[in-house]
Design a protein around this ligand. Structure first.
Ligand code: IMO
Ligand code: MG
Length: 431
């Protein structure tokens, strides 16, 4: 009996949704445990494309989806997403979605504070501007409103007072408009009847599921290099994204996280600001962006593109406990005469096998590359290892040797079944 945690191993947008969608077929429950609607997970199923930000990807497969307590939840965004997928024929009801009563809410003042602060910071982050950071700050500050509070109007009212005491002081200090309590309270109370039927202590359901031998798929958002502790701080998101956060983010023990699958692109992208040693600001970078359609699902921002950074993914694998890698978008590299892999960094005349923690060092680290032959054949849609162009095989083998983790899944197009499966993440399904 095994569960699987899927996390991003780079800076996000690795194609986690695509891998989770495929794996969802083998799971009974799919759980989101971190982040919020800063995530953008695209699933292509036949002629339909689903773009999800909050809903667990497993819903599309007809599986039970859970939004865990680790998620920062914007209820308006959730309801809009439920309506959007409803129009595509996917009906989200309390029969297929459950929301943790202890998940925190994102409210309009969070976005206002985020905008006002980002405008004045030295270290601009280039956030998704969804209020994610200030909402998590409120959780640690013990003033967050939680989903379950919607059932207690008195609690809600008192908590809004506490929340506004903090945020209105901040907003007026920053010289921007403050918020009134009455409309916020009225809006939340109006949403309550639609939201509360989904709300429950999800930890109970997850514990019961485990006892019944059901399989749980934990769907990570963001990625290890955006982790608030282990990522390229301060250019990170405000939640933990490493595999361990799957346990704290929904209420299961660490033993429930039996297998950790890291997803990475066959190259690297980053959206938002911050260090990116292998970034290509040339025609190869432009080609990757155009061919890989590297524009944010959520914000439409062009993604920065560069070569695969094996030192970065090795670091991700080690801090997050990644046991196997899924490599996506291999076909985007088809036709290049040569491909490069970063094996470490040069900093002040020294070779470093990892990205150091200080912002100055991260900005100054220069990539050290190994150059491999490219391939003229096509990997697009290939489903068997032996059908890959031999230089592509060599590229993948070199990646797994440098990262120190086997590449067990390789995706060769956005289509669900265009995948080379070298090992089943849930193990032998017939055993
Ligand atoms: P998925 O799940 C890519 C980035 C933002 C910004 C930083 C902080 O689709 O991989 P935030 O709004 O979270 O405070 O922004 O983190 N970021 C992502 N980049 N994919 C994501 O999610 C991201 N979620 C946050 O661009 O640099
Ligand atoms: Mg994204």
């Amino acid at each position: 009996m095994a569960n699987v945690v899927v996390i991003g191993a780079q800076w996000g947008d690795e194609g986690k949704g695509r891998i989770i969608d495929w794996l969802g077929n083998q799971a009974d429950l799919v759980v989101r445990f971190n982040g919020g609607h800063n995530a953008g997970h695209t699933l292509v199923i036949g002629d339909k494309t689903y773009k999800l930000a909050l809903l667990p990807s497993g819903l599309v497969r007809g599986k039970m989806g859970i939004i865990g307590n680790g998620v920062a939840l914007d209820l308006d965004a959730l309801l809009a997403e439920i309506d959007k997928v409803g129009a595509q024929g996917l009906h989200v009801t309390p029969d297929n979605l459950r929301i943790a009563d202890n998940a925190i809410l994102i409210l309009p003042m969070h976005r206002a504070v985020e905008q006002a602060q980002e405008a004045r910071r030295h270290f601009k982050i280039g956030t998704t501007n969804r209020g994610i950071g200030p909402a998590y700050e409120d959780k640690a500050g013990r003033r967050a409103i939680r989903v379950g509070d919607l059932a207690e109007p008195d609690t809600l009212s008192a908590k809004l007072d506490d929340l506004l005491l903090h945020h209105n002081a901040l907003l007026s200090g920053l010289g921007v408009a403050t918020f009134e309590k009455a409309p916020l309270l009225a809006h939340l109370l109006a949403l309550a009847p639609r939201i509360l039927p989904f709300v429950e202590p999800v930890w109970q359901r997850l514990n019961t599921a485990q006892q019944a031998g059901q399989r749980i798929l934990f769907e990570g958002a963001q990625a290890v290099m955006l982790d608030v502790d282990h990522g390229t701080y301060p250019f990170v998101t405000s939640s933990n994204t490493v595999a361990g956060s799957a346990a704290t983010g929904c209420g299961v023990g660490p033993a429930a996280l039996s297998r950790v699958l890291g997803v990475c692109k066959a190259y690297t992208t980053r959206v938002g600001l911050g260090p990116f040693p292998t970034e290509l600001q040339d025609e190869t970078g432009d080609m990757l962006r155009a061919r890989g359609r590297e524009f944010g699902v959520n914000t439409g921002r062009p993604r920065r593109c560069g070569w695969f950074d094996a030192a970065l993914v090795r670091q991700s694998a080690q801090v997050a406990g990644i046991q196997a890698l899924a490599l996506t978008k291999l076909d985007i590299l088809d036709g290049l005469s040569e491909v490069k892999i970063c094996t470490g960094y040069r900093l002040n005349g020294q070779l470093l096998p990892y990205l150091p923690a200080s912002p100055k060092a991260q900005a100054a680290a220069e990539p050290v590359y190994e150059t491999l032959p490219g391939w003229s054949g096509s990997s697009k849609g290939v489903r068997h290892w032996d059908d890959l162009p031999p230089p592509a095989m060599a590229y993948i083998q070199r990646i797994q040797a440098l990262v120190g983790v086997p590449v067990t899944l390789i995706s060769t197009s956005p289509e669900r079944e265009d995948l080379i499966v070298r090992e089943q993440p849930f193990g032998d399904l017939t055993a």
